[in-house]
Write a protein that binds this ligand. Structure first.
Ligand SMILES: [Fe+2]
Ligand SMILES: [Fe+2]
Length: 398
């Protein structure tokens, strides 16, 4: 952050017209942002060596160092900066190269409102996580670790003679990492979708076999599979089971409340991803995380509070941060970020957050009694709890 409290944004583009356009378009933001403009990758890196840049927005095709290379270097040297691609070129190859290096993609021509929203949202998300170190770790992650079995299943389906979209989406839906990644890719502006896609099925259907093969086989976006997670007290399979259960129960709740198909789709994904921050800790801070898990199980204090004391953020916050900088829809990011303390996100009525919170409590305590009572009161859903709990019990088989 700049000394005067402004946030620093750097735009990189080799075409002077574009830079001029951005300057003009974003003039109203002058009071909040300190904006720098570079005409090449080299110049951008020179600026970054002097000024701390919070968000970098770069073109892809530039002479000399191109956008993917620049953002790759930025990722290494300045992991705290949020990386956005703003590009007019949409060949498949360039999209695939950007998927690894950038957090988000905007397509040219891009109106002021979209740039403003994307950058402001990045700033808002940054404030969720207090520590620089933790933020750096999350911003550096290109993918979440996937279950190796799921990945090899996906590969063999892709390589089969007639890969089926239904099978592929079933496989992807079983894995947190792939679900998050496919949603990141499909929601990137390159694909020009007006509405946000929130379910892995829709994402797979929309992208089609050809794009998915390119992503999986050529760009290896579900990579980093060999990073085996071995943390005592932590099991990816158990986490996945838990998340699947929370997703299904949360869905049940919104169905009972007659919510729209869109909401019902959203909430399954939110449930599947609600604890994805645990993977970030387990993959990056394994020995410390083992201690945290042990302390929580020995003392009985909630894991998220022990995490907050140890790392400065809980798995909910780091998960929301990661999914947020990847551009996943707000409803999902909010449900993930506040699933333990929904009161901190005031709203009325039954939302994805309400359903994920209640379903998660139920999966842990089997009666929903650990749900935040004041929150349920404010959201005006107290009288629905009994119905929801008996429904979930019936589905759990007991
Ligand atoms: Fe959690
Ligand atoms: Fe959970």
């Amino acid at each position: 952050m700049a000394e005067n409290g402004k946030k620093n944004v750097l735009f990189v583009d080799d075409e002077p017209n574009i830079t001029q356009g951005l300057k003009r378009m974003l003039r109203p933001m002058r009071d909040e942002w300190e904006m720098s403009f570079a005409s090449s990758g080299a110049e951008a890196l020179e600026i970054m060596s002097r000024i701390r840049i919070d968000v970098i927005v770069s073109d892809m095709r530039m002479p000399g160092m191109d956008g993917a290379e620049l953002l790759g270097i930025v990722q290494e040297r300045y992991p705290n900066s949020i990386r956005v691609v703003l590009s007019g070129q949409s060949s498949k190859e360039s999209i695939l190269r950007a998927v690894g290096a950038a957090h988000q993609y905007l397509a040219k021509p891009c109106d002021a409102e979209t740039v403003k929203q994307t950058v402001s949202r990045a700033f808002m998300l940054r404030d969720i996580i207090a520590g620089d170190r933790l933020r750096g770790i999350a911003a550096k992650m290109q993918t979440l670790p996937a279950l190796p079995e799921t990945y090899s299943e996906l590969l063999s389906e892709m390589k089969s003679e007639e890969p089926s979209l239904t099978k592929i989406s079933k496989i992807i839906k079983r894995d947190m990492s792939m679900t998050a990644k496919i949603l990141q890719v499909v929601n990137s502006a390159y694909f020009g979708i007006r509405r946000k896609i929130t379910s892995p099925e829709d994402a797979v259907r929309y992208l089609g076999i050809e794009n998915i093969s390119a992503l999986v086989l050529a760009a290896n976006v579900f990579g980093q599979m060999d990073a085996k997670i071995a943390v005592p007290g932590f099991s990816m399979a158990a986490l996945w089971n838990h998340s699947g259960e929370v997703g299904r129960f949360a869905q049940l709740i919104l169905k009972t409340e007659n919510k729209s198909k869109q909401d019902v789709d959203d909430v399954l994904t939110a449930g599947l991803l609600h604890d994805c921050g645990k993977l970030v800790f387990a993959a990056n801070m394994s020995s410390k995380y083992a201690e945290v898990l042990k302390e929580s199980s020995e003392t009985g204090s909630p894991l998220w509070l022990v995490e907050q004391a140890a790392f400065g953020a809980s798995h909910a916050e780091i998960g929301a941060y990661l999914l947020g900088i990847w551009g996943l829809p707000d409803a999902i990011v909010e449900a993930v970020g506040f699933h333990h303390n929904p009161s901190d996100f005031q709203h009325k009525g039954c939302t994805s957050l309400t359903a994920v919170h209640v379903a998660n409590c139920f999966v842990h305590d089997n009666d929903g009694s650990s749900a935040e009572q004041p929150y349920l009161a404010v959201s005006e859903v107290v009288d629905r709890m009994e119905t929801w709990v008996s429904l979930m019990r019936a589905h759990r088989g007991g």
